[in-house]
Design a protein around this ligand. Structure first.
Ligand SMILES: NC(=O)C1=CN([C@@H]2O[C@H](COP(=O)(O)OP(=O)(O)OC[C@H]3O[C@@H](n4cnc5c(N)ncnc54)[C@H](OP(=O)(O)O)[C@@H]3O)[C@@H](O)[C@H]2O)C=CC1
Ligand SMILES: O=C(O)C1=N[C@H](C(=O)O)C[C@H](O)C1
Length: 268
């Protein structure tokens, strides 16, 4: 069996390092490239140096060099970085697993367009647990469609730059779809001052940032005389890294198309 050749963008980031370690530990995958920003102090250093285990791959900022031997790029960076990588990968037939969050609609459209030229898996959360939770939410939303107020509460580490989290937004979309509503029409992202009573059709979001919280998501269905809470908590980023590698293996035999973790896990 020939190992699938992967590159990692954001190689010195929190997720980049997790991914490099997971790839180093996988027999069927090879690290074939590592990218970081031109300003990164990690440029020119072996991508496995932080583990004390050489990967024989130097961290590059030049896409042509960093992606020269790669069949697939795993990208957990920022929307502007991912969109730059996307253009290059689509033009060169390099597949992508995209975990970056915080895209606007134009960014999401660009990903869908690029998936006509190469295979892409795009998901705001690669963990198996979160993706199974999405299915539970679909069922719960249908059962609690009347008389229950829906609020999504997420908590993340102090370094997170986007809010609500991509996962919380996806949860909101899944619930809104199940209820026949459009998230854009019913989402309430902030409350302050005299807000008036709660609109029963709304889906509220609350975001907590602090310390080293890896990622917690709770959906609250608040009725009269009872509350139901569906919660997922990540205790390590390793769950996102392992999900990403499953996603990469899933794409191995795909040439084009846009997929998500529900496809990988057979949850559609
Ligand atoms: N889908 C999922 O399962 C998960 C998604 N995420 C998402 O992944 C993303 C990264 O998270 P995390 O690893 O914690 O973030 P970090 O800030 O730790 O790492 C980001 C990495 O991307 C690089 N980067 C930043 N801007 C650019 C750019 N414009 N072009 C290229 N590279 C860039 C950074 O380089 P430098 O340090 O030089 O700026 C750094 O190496 C976030 O959007 C987060 O929400 C996170 C966890 C799970
Ligand atoms: O930035 C993070 O850390 C995470 N981001 C993703 C998101 O925005 O949903 C996934 C996970 O919650 C961790």
């Amino acid at each position: 069996m020939t190992a699938l050749k992967l590159a990692v963008a954001g190689a010195s980031g929190r997720m980049g390092r997790m991914l490099i370690e997971a790839i180093q530990n996988a027999d069927d995958l090879t690290l074939a490239g590592a990218l970081d920003t031109p300003a990164s102090p990690a440029l020119g250093i072996d991508a496995g140096a932080f583990l004390g285990k050489a990967a024989n791959v130097v961290i590059e900022s030049d896409l042509a060099k960093g992606l020269a031997s790669a069949q697939l790029l795993i990208d957990f960076t920022r929307p502007e970085g991912t969109l730059k990588h996307l253009e290059y990968c689509a033009a060169h037939g390099i597949k992508m697993v995209i975990g970056t969050t915080g895209f606007d609609q134009a960014g999401k459209d660009a990903i869908a367009e690029a998936a006509k030229k190469t295979a892409i898996l795009f998901a705001p959360n690669m963990s198996v647990g979160v993706n199974v939770t999405m299915k539970l939410l679909e069922l719960a939303a249908k059962s609690f469609s009347h008389g229950y107020d829906i609020e999504i509460i997420e908590a993340h580490h102090r370094h997170k730059v986007d809010a609500p989290s991509g996962t919380a937004l996806k949860m909101g979309e899944v619930i809104a779809d199940a209820l026949g509503r459009k998230l854009d029409d019913v989402a309430v992202y902030a409350r302050e001052g005299v807000t008036g009573e709660r609109d029963p059709s709304s889906i509220g979001f609350a975001n907590i940032r602090g310390g080293d919280i890896v990622g917690d998501h709770t959906v609250l269905f608040a009725g009269i005389g009872e509350r139901i809470e569906i919660t997922h908590k990540s205790s390590s980023r390793v769950t996102y890294a392992h999900g990403s590698l499953r996603a990469a293996r899933f794409l191995a035999d795909k040439q084009t198309g846009l997929f998500d973790m529900q496809d990988v896990l057979g949850l559609k």
